[in-house]
Design a protein around this ligand. Structure first.
Ligand code: NAD
Length: 454
């Protein structure tokens, strides 16, 4: 082991290493808190002054991170934040947790990683450990990050250490959080792996070493592609069941009783969030560069991407039973976050559904206890919307309510009792009712429905 590697290892083991996290979002803040809890003096670096200010005030802005933890760690001098990369001079380790979105062309947008690494490079010094955590295509660490850092004249694996470790955080999951989700770690060299493993091992229960940064990068893309493809499969099954008058929800629930060889995935209005709709395209982009055509990814993307259109068809079918059209209808979207009980709207299919309904002439409103406002730039309707309250007495004013996200806070009994029509894309309403249309299930028996006969 080189002298600088041995010295860093000793600092990590004794918790005297100064740790840093670049990008204090859904991934970075929980990690910074875990490192600080493990005993490291940890500094977050983010360009967003509001986040830096919040940490300075001892306040959390991520639902999975308790404000009491941030406050206690900040007061103890173990957690602070800055917008100034000059602090890198004082740091021994850095975890990079910046966004990796897609461009409109579905190509990877590496600009956040590049700008963060360039800023780090200006202050890189001997003996540092840099770990990339942002989800990205295999080859990013050695093809993009390494050359940018080596442009300083320092050599990776010798003067500084470099690794990739994918983040697996599941926002809103009360059981599995940063500290107890096994951490896959792949270093550029064995020493890079050892140092990264030691750092994570001080804050995270289980470390899973792999042989290279590329394997570690690919692990994450396998995990998310697995989900995208299986969701694509069950969404296709839902469309099939709709055509064949079979309830897909009942099918999946019965299939999941098999104790081996089956894993339940559920259909829905489309993919949402920062990972599943995006990450597989990082992989397909890179695979195509090697002359490989990744057909599963493209097919699943196609099926999942069409689900909002299918939901709009369901809305049209439901309104049709009332002799109404989407054009001119008052439609309420219940839930715009991309999944239950969280506030994250990124890539949410609810926004697509709202845009499609708006384009057909509907008056669109939404309710979401976690999302007070949807800005005009966030959906195709182009106007700012404020969340409405789903209170008894107010639900009947809508021609149709679309349950896009099944937040626990919604009063489903009130919805069933008062809504004129419901399109349920999440199986939030278990019993059948004549005015509840479920995604991937037979049409309700409309004989008993309140059909307006003129
Ligand atoms: N959110 C998840 O559930 C999740 C799960 C697993 C992996 N990931 C991956 O982790 C990465 C981060 O995701 P996230 O959800 O935390 O994103 P986020 O948008 O919540 O946070 C990213 C943060 O990085 C900051 N930032 C952007 N450019 C910067 C720069 N040059 N320097 C400093 N800060 C900068 C932003 O201001 C923001 O606060 C992505 O690659 C994502 O795919 C996310």
């Amino acid at each position: 082991m080189s002298a600088s590697g041995a010295s860093l290892l000793e600092k990590i083991q004794s918790r005297t290493a100064r740790t840093g996290v670049v990008g204090l979002g859904y991934v970075g803040l929980p990690l910074a808190v875990e490192l600080a809890k493990a005993g490291f003096r940890t500094t977050g670096i983010d360009l967003d002054t509001r986040k830096v200010q919040a940490i300075g005030e001892g306040r959390s802005y991520i639902p999975d991170v308790r404000t009491s933890d941030v406050l206690e760690l900040h007061r103890a001098g173990r957690l602070d934040a800055t917008t100034d990369f000059a602090v890198v001079e004082d740091l021994d380790t850095i975890n990079i947790c910046v966004p990796t979105p897609l461009r409109k062309t579905k190509d990877p947008d590496m600009s956040y990683i590049v700008s963060a690494v360039e800023a780090i490079a200006q202050h890189l010094h001997t003996g540092m450990l840099i770990i990339l955590e942002s989800t990205t295509y295999p080859g990013t660490t050695d093809e993009v990050v390494q050359p940018l850092l080596e442009a300083t004249g320092l050599k990776a694996g010798v003067d500084f250490f470099l690794a990739f470790s994918p983040e697996r955080v599941d926002p809103g999951n009360p059981t599995f959080q940063t500290h107890n989700v096994p951490k896959v770690v792949g270093g550029l060299t064995p020493m890079c792996s050892q140092l990264a493993g030691a750092l994570y091992g001080s804050a995270i229960e289980t470390i899973v070493p792999v042989s290279s940064t590329r394997v570690a990068e690919m692990v994450k893309l396998l995990e998310n592609t697995f989900r995208a493809v299986n969701i694509g499969l069950v969404n296709e099954l839902a469309l099939m069941c709709d055509r064949m008058n079979i309830d897909v929800w009942e099918v999946v629930d019965a299939a999941r009783t098999k104790p081996f060889g089956f894993m339940a995935f559920y259909p829905g209005p489309g993919l949402g969030g920062h990972c599943i709709p995006i990450d597989p395209f990082y992989l397909s982009w890179k695979a195509k560069q090697s002359g490989f055509d990744p057909r599963f990814i493209e097919l699943a993307g196609h099926i999942n991407g069409n689900m909002p259109h299918y939901v709009v068809e369901k809305v049209a079918d439901a309104l049709n039973t009332r002799r109404k059209a989407i054009n001119g209808a008052n439609i309420l979207i219940a839930g715009v976050a991309y999944k239950r009980d969280i506030d994250d709207m990124r890539e949410s299919p609810a926004l697509d559904i709202m845009g499609l309904l708006h384009a057909k002439g509907a008056h669109v409103s939404y309710a979401d206890p976690y999302v007070p406002e949807v800005h005009g730039r966030e959906w195709a309707g182009g106007v700012d919307l404020q969340a409405v309250d789903l209170t008894r007495g107010s639900i009947g004013q809508y021609d149709c309510v679309v349950i896009a996200t099944e937040h626990k806070a919604f009063d489903y009994a009130a919805l069933v009792a008062e809504a004129e029509l419901i399109v349920d894309t999440r199986n939030a309403i278990k019993e059948s009712h004549p005015h509840v249309f479920k995604l991937g299930a037979p049409k309700p028996d409309t004989q008993g429905a309140r059909i307006a006969v003129t």
